[in-house]
Design a protein around this ligand. Structure first.
Ligand code: ASN
Length: 329
């Protein structure tokens, strides 16, 4: 059997409710990792598991400081010969962000799998135990090597770069809108149908050993009649980068082009993503990026684009290099 380290960070998978039929009004991040593992008897038969209660948070309270520590811990575990893979239990609200961050900074080919649950542990038909069982199956599988940080919930396997939470309450919430999921875990067997194309994990130029802190990058949500006041406030508050969750193909009003163009001239890097939820934001498509010196986010959603921009800014201020990073990762 493979040796799998389970790091717990809280979330609904560790959630508890007084009512077995209440699936939203519960308290998350209550059960310890050992409480969770002890509820899943078959786990003992598929891997040798070591567990760590890394933090105990609702994932809304995740921070950059925890990310940096978590990435260091995951990396040091994966360096050990007696660890074959790592599973991170996580709240679903920011799971996709932590997964993509680890995908960009953990330099290892060994499997790293993020998993959560939509129903608390006390609910009828709670999804946490099966999701965690599937995550351990995946982390133990030779097929999961070299595929970057993976996400599994609801029997599906996803690429951390593209996966996103799409529904506030349903178990079938994690989707990969553009290109579809990687595959499935069924009856204890992973089935993969795709490979990641973009750079990740063992190919990274942002290994966690080189990252001491992350620069401030904020997301501004585009809408009709955007006055630009929030973008200006973010720049004044010291943002080094802004991601604009633009309209359609990263589009914005004439007014916002002037506002963001002005902010760019002050040295803040502006990345155009989209609020649409899928599709590529093309360079010089809806907006003349060459004229305004903006970066196109490709098909990264705003929250993923924010992470890549922060990491890019730890290495370069060159807009050409930052744009190249967005085509590569
Ligand atoms: N389903 C969940 O895990 C939601 C929870 N609020 C969290 O993200 O921690």
């Amino acid at each position: 059997m493979k040796n799998i380290a389970v790091l717990a960070t809280g979330g609904t998978i560790a959630g508890v409710s007084p009512s077995a039929t209440d699936t939203t009004g519960y308290r998350s991040a209550i059960l310890t990792v050992d409480d969770i593992i002890s509820q899943i008897t078959p786990l003992k038969t598929i891997a040798n598991i070591t567990s760590e209660q890394f933090v105990q948070l609702d994932s809304a309270d995740m921070t950059h400081e925890v990310w940096l520590e978590l990435a260091r811990r995951v990396s040091s575990l994966l360096e050990r010969e007696d660890v074959d893979g790592v599973v991170v239990t996580h709240g679903t609200d920011t799971l996709e962000e932590t997964a993509y961050f680890l995908n960009l900074v953990v330099n290892s080919e060994k499997p790293v799998v993020l998993v959560g649950a939509m129903r608390p542990s006390t609910s009828l038909s709670c999804d946490g135990p099966m999701n965690l069982y599937n995550a351990v199956i995946l982390a133990s599988s030779p097929q999961a090597w070299g595929k970057g940080v993976l996400v599994t919930l609801n029997d599906t396997i996803h690429c951390s770069r593209e996966v996103t939470k799409t529904n506030t309450a349903l178990q079938d919430t994690f989707k990969t809108p553009d290109v579809g999921n990687f595959g499935y875990v069924v009856d204890g067997t992973p089935y993969f149908y795709r490979m990641p194309i973009r750079k990740h994990t063992y190919m990274t130029s942002f290994p966690i050993e080189k990252i001491n802190e992350l620069p401030q990058v904020d997301i501004i949500y585009g809408h009709v009649n955007d006055r630009g006041t929030l973008a200006c406030a973010a720049a004044e508050a010291g943002a080094k980068g802004l991601v604009y969750a633009g309209l359609g193909n990263g589009n914005m009003s004439k007014h916002m082009k002037d506002v963001l163009g002005g902010i760019q001239k002050q040295g803040v890097v502006v990345v155009r993503s989209t609020r649409v939820g899928s599709g590529v934001v093309t360079r010089n498509g809806a907006v003349d990026d060459d004229q305004y010196r903006f970066i196109a986010a490709d098909n990264l959603n705003p929250q993923k684009a924010r992470i890549l921009l922060m990491l890019a800014l730890t290495q370069t201020a060159s807009l050409e290099e930052i744009q190249a990073i967005f085509w590569e990762y």
